[in-house]
Design a protein around this ligand. Structure first.
Ligand code: FES
Length: 83
């Protein structure tokens, strides 16, 4: 989320600043790489109940994804709306 905001990526709002309290950083993770990500916390799962667009099995909150070299090339798709 921070990387997207800092680089002017449209379609991601991050209204709560990354505290897992708004669900406006909803994204869809490339399914082939889902196993590489840490499992979502219960707080993230709870917030995913409130996303504006369709929730899918590969839905995550971008602010909860830690960017590491291991995830280089990870593709995230953004939903049509965050509000
Ligand atoms: S920025 Fe608010 S939940 Fe991710």
């Amino acid at each position: 989320m921070q990387g997207a905001i800092a680089n002017g990526i449209e379609g991601i709002l991050g209204e709560c600043g990354g505290s897992c309290a708004c669900a406006t950083c909803h994204c869809y993770v490339d399914e082939s790489r889902l196993p590489e990500l840490a499992a979502p916390s219960q707080t993230e799962l709870d917030m995913l109940e409130h996303v504006a667009a369709e929730r899918r099995p590969n839905s995550r909150l971008a602010c909860q994804l830690k960017s590491t070299a291991r995830l280089d090339g990870l593709i995230l798709h953004l939903p049509a709306t965050q509000e």
